[in-house]
Structure formats: C-alpha cells, structure tokens
Design a protein around this ligand. Structure first.
Ligand SMILES: NC(=O)c1ccc[n+]([C@@H]2O[C@H](COP(=O)([O-])OP(=O)(O)OC[C@H]3O[C@@H](n4cnc5c(N)ncnc54)[C@H](O)[C@@H]3O)[C@@H](O)[C@H]2O)c1
Length: 235
C-alpha cells in the first residue's frame, strides 16, 4: 500500500486531498496544527494524525520518522500547509513577513528534505507543492505570500532537477481562487471583483484541486512543472 503525508491536511484543500488519496487506496498521514480526528474517522484506509508545525524542522523530522517507522515507506508528500498575513509591503511587520515565509516556504523545504532522505533510498517518490497563481503574478497586499509561493515554485524546479535521476518527481500546483476558509475571509466587494475577472465565472472547488493532485501522483513523465488551476483567471 502506498503512503502519503499531507501537510495542512486538517481542512480546506488539504482535507480534500487527504480524502482523494484515501479513495485511491493510499494510507495518509495528516500533519497539521489542529486535531483532525473527525476527518481521520471518515477514511477507509489506515491513517495517522500527527500534530506538526511545519515551520519547526525538529517537529517535521520527528513526524516523518514516526510515519516511516510505522509504515516502512513514504511514497507521496503534499506540501499544502499555508497561511496568509496580508498587508501593504510598506506597513508589513517583520513578524508577518517572516511567519508567512517560515510556514509556506521553509515548512515545505523541511518536509521535502526529510521525505527525500526516505524516497532516495526507495529510489521512488512524488512531491507536490501547493503554490499559488500569486507566486507567479504577485498581488497587492501579499508581498510575503507572493514571495513564499514564488520561492516554492523555484524550490520545486530545483528539487525536480536534483532528484530526477533517483526517480523522484517534484511538481507544483498553482490554484487561483478556491472556495475555502482562506478565501471566505475576503471582503465581498473584493470577491465580486475577482469573479468578474474569472472567465469560468466561479471560484474553484477543493475537490477539483484534489483531483489534479491525484492525477499528478500518477503522471510518471511530468516533473518540474507548475500546473495552474484558476478557471482561466490568468490566461
Ligand atoms: N484557497 C485558495 O484560494 C488558495 C489559492 C491558492 C493557493 N492556496 C494554497 O492552498 C493551501 C491550502 O489552502 P486552504 O485555502 O485550504 O487553507 P486553509 O486555511 O483552509 O487550511 C490550511 C491548513 O494548514 C494548516 N496549517 C497552517 N499553518 C500550519 C503549520 N505551521 N503547520 C502545519 N499546518 C499548518 C491549518 O491548520 C489548516 O488546516 C495553502 O498553501 C494555500 O496557500 C489556496
């Protein structure tokens, strides 16, 4: 049985990815700050919920070891945990800049570094980083988030180059606006403006991102790519 780690798997896009991988017969370890026992009880395969702050390299290292000690292997890592702390750059605090970089970018690096040690021995593995269209286009009020998500794309391409000869594929997904707690926080006027700019005239659904993740886990000739899923927003 294949095994996966999904960071930020407790809710939103991450929870949908957990369910989709489980439906495909994968055992999933959910790494999240919050308890997600409810989600775990809905899964058909054995699963694990581990309390992990991905911005702590020690936390990440212990959690990956726990998964591998118990399940013996790690086939898939989905770096999905992410936060926003929006503010115009000139007013952004050092703390808000750093926190978003620590979780969205360094967190993904720590998880990938630990997972790759296992995947290299297996000579097989898949990493998918959940970036954002903002990481390619920038966005007012999101200097920290855009820098982190752009960095994640550069990290994806670098790891793909470093790991291809070990049969490990690394790709990124760049969602546009997906209906989740993260986008629920947007003011209604901002939402309306965004909707006007999306050719498909709706926000994306979490299961649509999860379906793309599932596709990429099996796409054996795709590596180092960024796949956009945004309803045509940035055509
Ligand atoms: N929702 C969107 O429109 C959208 C668009 C583009 C990209 N994304 C990206 O998709 C990912 C998921 O977004 P979402 O909308 O589902 O967000 P969400 O806020 O609904 O869920 C994020 C999850 O990450 C967890 N998390 C936060 N900090 C963590 C940490 N330090 N360690 C471990 N877990 C942590 C949270 O507890 C939560 O369960 C994020 O990386 C986000 O940037 C979302």
């Amino acid at each position: 049985m294949k095994t996966a780690v999904v960071t930020g798997g407790g809710r939103g896009i991450g929870a949908s990815i957990v369910k989709r991988l489980d439906a495909d017969g994968v055992q999933v370890a959910i790494f999240d700050l919050k308890s997600t026992d409810d989600l775990s009880s809905q899964l058909k395969n054995p699963s694990k919920v581990i309390s992990v702050d991905v911005s702590s390299p020690e936390n990440v290292s212990c959690a990956i070891k726990e998964v591998v000690n118990e399940w013996g292997r790690l086939d898939i890592l989905i770096n999905n945990a992410g936060i926003t702390k929006d503010c115009l750059a000139i007013r952004m605090s050092d703390a808000d800049w750093q926190k978003v970089l620590d979780i969205n970018l360094s967190g993904a690096f720590y998880c990938a570094r630990e997972a790759l040690k296992v995947m290299m021995k297996q000579r097989e593995g898949v990493i998918i980083n959940i970036s954002s269209v903002i990481g390619m286009r920038g966005n007012m009020g999101q200097a920290n988030y855009a820098a982190a998500k752009g960095g994640l794309i550069a990290l994806t391409k670098t790891l793909a180059k470093e790991m291809a000869e070990r049969n490990i594929r690394v790709n990124a997904i760049a969602p546009g606006f997906i209906d989740t707690e993260m986008t629920k926080r947007l003011p209604i006027t901002v939402k309306d403006e965004i909707l006007k700019r999306i050719p498909l005239k709706r926000f994306g659904r979490i299961d649509e991102v999860a379906e793309l993740v599932n596709f990429l886990t099996g796409a054996e000739y795709i590596t180092g790519q960024v796949i956009t899923i945004d309803g045509g927003l940035f055509i």
